[in-house]
Design a protein around this ligand. Structure first.
Ligand SMILES: [Zn+2]
Length: 354
């Protein structure tokens, strides 16, 4: 079996039923809503009151988003997904997965690490894109994205309060960037939740995939997930939650995010993931583009296209800068090769199935 870990932003874990408890409650939790709110209030105090932030968090959270995704599985596919639970604890991985032994309730895992990384990633990328010509912003945003890739995503370390502060200082008072990042963030999370639930749905309808074409299941799950996301967007409001039309390409950014992580891993640590049997992120992305082109999705795409163009520019810029800096020996300081090797070694022991 080839190493599957980190090849896709999703893994399907098949395991013996006794593992259920581990998957249900494995990991630790670092989340501190109060701290998050205090930070936000410091930097955006002109715009929000504490009550507003609290009300917002009560509406926009992972549990609610999963509930909406389940509503849409029922509506669009006739699939009753009540038997799916959420594990949001910190397991040092940005990869989400679903654990489904088909006896116990299935568990969708979206790591706290992915949650906090995704928000920070979008903030830094959008700010960078917006103020591209400002050298200071450019430099700070590049370094922050590099930190998110290396320390956080590859090495699995949650951003500390210091890092959070640094980021919020960079975007302080830029309400537009905050709004863009938050809106795209929820579309990304809705997509990844729907993708995982789609695996349970595909198992439920008895869809079988051959070992020769393991990528087919990923494509199918993506297609269903994107359909669900686009439907939520088009319906304008579900359970009080709105996914903004201009975020319709956020799932592409999600693919690009993983592409940047793997790219960084290759440049910094010579880690190679790709092989013939697994669908590259590029392929998955082009499939998503083909889906959204269908007539059934009626959306105002102008703003979304504009946002994605800007995102794409910094995505390319990041790659160019990283390989250049590595070649010039400027990244030696941030390399933690020994730690990376230990992580790779640890992952080898884990069972992953195609
Ligand atoms: Zn998947």
């Amino acid at each position: 079996m080839q190493d599957k870990e980190n090849i896709e932003p999703c893994e399907i874990k098949y395991a013996v039923p006794s593992y259920y408890d581990i998957y249900k409650s494995g990991g630790s939790t670092l989340k501190d809503d109060q701290r998050g709110m205090r930070l936000m209030l410091d930097y955006f105090s002109e715009y929000f009151t504490e009550e507003q932030l609290q009300a917002n968090m009560q509406r926009y959270n992972l549990e609610n988003m999963l509930a909406i995704v389940k509503d849409y599985f029922l509506k669009e596919y006739g699939y009753v997904a009540t038997n799916i639970e959420l594990n949001n604890r910190y397991q040092r991985t940005i990869n989400s997965y679903i654990y489904n032994d088909e006896k116990n309730p299935a568990v969708v895992h979206i790591d706290e690490l992915l949650e906090s990384t995704m928000m920070a990633f979008l903030l830094a990328m959008f700010k960078w894109s917006k103020d591209f010509d400002n050298l200071e912003v450019y430099g700070n945003c590049y370094l922050y994205v590099l930190f998110l890739m290396n320390d956080v995503s590859i090495l699995g370390e949650m951003q500390g309060e210091d890092a959070n502060r640094e980021l919020l200082e960079m975007v302080a008072d830029d309400l537009q960037i905050l709004q863009l990042a938050e809106d795209c963030y929820w579309t990304v999370l809705a997509f990844s939740l729907a993708h995982e639930v789609a695996h349970a749905y595909l198992a439920n309808i008895g869809k079988k995939y051959t070992r020769e074409h393991p990528e087919k299941e990923e494509f199918d799950a993506d297609e269903i997930a994107y359909h669900i996301v686009l439907k939520i967007i088009m319906d304008k409001e579900a359970r009080g939650i709105v996914l903004e039309p201009y975020t319709y390409l956020a799932p592409m950014m999600y693919m690009d995010f993983f592409d940047m992580v793997y790219y960084t891993d290759r440049i910094l640590y010579k880690t190679f993931f790709y092989n013939d049997t697994h669908p590259a992120l590029k392929k998955r992305k082009s499939r998503l583009f083909a889906i959204v082109d269908r007539d059934e999705y009626i959306l105002d795409t102008r703003e979304g296209n504009y946002l994605y163009r800007g995102f794409n520019e910094v995505y390319k810029e990041y790659k160019i800068q990283t390989v250049l800096k590595m070649e010039k020996g400027k990244l030696t300081k941030i390399l933690r090769t020994k730690q990376r090797e230990e992580l790779k070694e640890m992952m080898k022991g884990e069972e992953y199935n195609d």
